[in-house]
Write a protein that binds this ligand. Structure first.
Ligand SMILES: [Fe+2]
Length: 193
C-alpha cells in the first residue's frame, strides 16, 4: 500500500521551514525518507515517460517543491540556486559536477558525485553544480528549495568558457523539452514489420 502523498510531503517541508532551526537538514531527512521507498512515489505520480518534465507541487517565497523527470542523454549548464536545496533521486541516475567559483566570476570543475536511486544531495545556497543524465533511462527526482525558485535571480555558466550569464529558465526548459520529445520518440513502440 502506498505511503507517499505529495501534499503530506509539502506540509512536512513547510512545517520544517517554519519551525526548525536548521530547515535544510530537517528537509533532507524528509526527502531521504520519501526516496527510500521509490515504489510508493511512483504509485502517486504519472509514469515517467508521460509525466510533464516538471510539476510544481508547491511554490511560495519560503519553499519550492518540484517533481522533475529528466529525459535520457541530457547535460545541463552549470548553475547556482541562491537558496539551499535538497534533491532526492527515486528513479534513474543523476551525475553532478560541483564547481569552484573564481575571482573573475568564472568557475572551474571541482568534484563529482553520481547519484543513484534513494540518494539525496543537500546543497548550500552558494553551491554551483551541473547535472547530467548519461543513461538511456529517465531520471526521476524530488527537488526541494528553500525559497522562490522561479523568481530568484540566478546565474548559469557557459559550458565552453565557464563565463557567467543570467540564468534563463525558458532556455533551459526548451532544451529539456527537446530532449524529452526525442526520448519519447525513441521509447515509442515501432510498427510491426
Ligand atoms: Fe540545480
Amino acid at each position: 500500500m502506498s505511503t507517499f502523498d505529495k501534499d503530506t510531503l509539502v506540509e512536512q517541508c513547510l512545517s520544517a521551514v517554519r519551525s526548525e532551526s536548521d530547515p535544510r537538514r530537517a528537509v533532507k531527512d524528509i526527502v531521504e525518507r520519501a526516496v527510500s521507498d521509490p515504489v510508493s512515489i511512483e504509485s502517486e505520480v504519472r509514469p515517467w515517460t508521460e509525466s510533464p518534465m516538471m510539476t510544481i507541487w508547491h511554490r511560495s517565497e519560503e519553499l519550492t517543491v518540484l517533481h522533475i523527470v529528466w529525459p535520457p542523454d541530457v547535460d545541463l549548464f552549470a548553475h547556482d540556486h541562491n537558496m539551499w536545496a535538497n534533491i532526492g533521486i527515486y528513479g534513474g541516475r543523476e551525475d553532478n559536477t560541483f564547481y569552484r567559483r573564481l575571482d573573475d566570476g568564472r568557475i572551474e570543475p571541482n568534484t563529482e558525485k553520481s547519484m543513484l536511486v534513494s540518494d539525496v544531495v543537500s546543497l548550500g545556497p552558494d553551491v554551483v553544480h551541473s547535472v547530467a543524465n548519461p543513461t538511456r533511462d529517465w531520471t526521476a527526482a524530488l527537488h526541494i528549495y528553500g525559497g522562490e525558485f522561479f523568481t530568484t535571480p540566478r546565474t548559469m555558466w557557459s559550458k565552453d568558457t565557464f563565463e557567467p550569464m543570467e540564468l534563463d529558465t525558458d532556455f533551459l526548459r526548451e532544451r529539456l523539452e527537446a530532449a524529452a520529445a526525442a526520448a519519447r520518440l525513441a521509447d515509442a513502440p515501432g510498427e510491426a514489420p
